[in-house]
Design a protein around this ligand. Structure first.
Ligand SMILES: O=c1ccn([C@@H]2O[C@H](COP(=O)(O)O)[C@@H](O)[C@H]2O)c(=O)[nH]1
Length: 237
């Protein structure tokens, strides 16, 4: 796999024209384009086809489904019908899809959002033993595994521990990726691309560090170089 194929770019913009421009600009550097809540809600489901036609080789529809079972199942069926490659639900809800055929779409369970740290988990009412994000991530990763998910979303900080639980083949997709001296924005659990990949992430998700860079293709190439460096640091399997 080319390092670039492990790079997921978050198309966090509010209109399809801008998303298409970004896909055309970045397709040579990026393996997967992520359509998230902002773009999907603003532009509607047809944006998926527009992103594909603009040159995306793979599409990740990141809606983080979380609702009552009937609604979740219907939404997942509709999402898979858009022909996307990856979809997300919250990991503790993944069992709802265990018997479903999602066609070519792989399901990922979001464990604990990378915008949350232990203070936030405490404020949300988690008991002391689950206020450590890694403990909650591991619990939810096990639920995702038992539900038949292809993998999970977690931060790079947990990637090594999650890899031990999920085994070698699982997708471990890590947002909250920042260059060593980069601005963190609203993320709490961050890591560099090199360290996340060396720790066992299969893919990294990057939005603002590429989108707001002076030269987005160069920023994407720097992320891919970080991925290559992280792969080189991994011990032999
Ligand atoms: O735990 C999660 C799950 C998903 N995301 C998404 O990833 C990108 C990150 O964007 P940046 O600009 O690089 O911070 C964004 O689309 C989130 O919705 C996440 O950050 N954390």
């Amino acid at each position: 796999m080319n390092p670039r194929d492990r790079l997921i770019f978050a198309l966090d913009v509010d209109n399809a024209d801008e998303a298409e421009d970004l896909v055309r600009l970045l397709a040579p550097e990026v393996g997967v384009f992520k359509v998230g809540l902002e773009l999907f809600v603003a532009a509607g489901p047809s944006v998926v086809e527009r992103v594909r036609r603009a040159g995306a080789r793979a599409i990740f529809l990141d809606l983080k489904l979380h609702d009552i079972p009937a609604t979740m199942r219907a939404a997942a069926r509709a999402a898979a019908g858009l022909g996307v490659d990856l979809i997300t639900c919250h990991a503790d809800q993944a069992g709802i899809f265990a018997d479903m055929d999602l066609g070519g779409a792989k399901l990922l369970g979001v464990t604990v959002l990378t915008s949350l740290g232990s203070q936030e988990l405490k404020a949300m009412g988690y008991p002391p033993e689950l206020q450590d994000p890694q403990a909650l991530v591991l619990r939810r990763a096990s639920l995702a595994l038992a539900a038949g998910c292809a993998g999970v979303v977690c931060s790079g900080l947990e990637a090594a521990a999650v890899r031990k639980v999920l085994g070698l083949q699982a997708f471990i997709v890590c947002p909250g990726i920042r260059p060593a001296s980069g601005e963190v924005h609203d993320q709490k659990r961050v890591m560099t691309p090199e360290r996340a990949i060396a720790a066992g992430a299969s893919h990294i998700v990057v939005g603002r560090p590429i989108r707001t860079a002076d030269d987005p293709p160069a920023a994407a190439r720097a992320m891919a170089a970080g991925i290559a460096e992280g792969l080189a640091q991994r011990p032999p399997a």
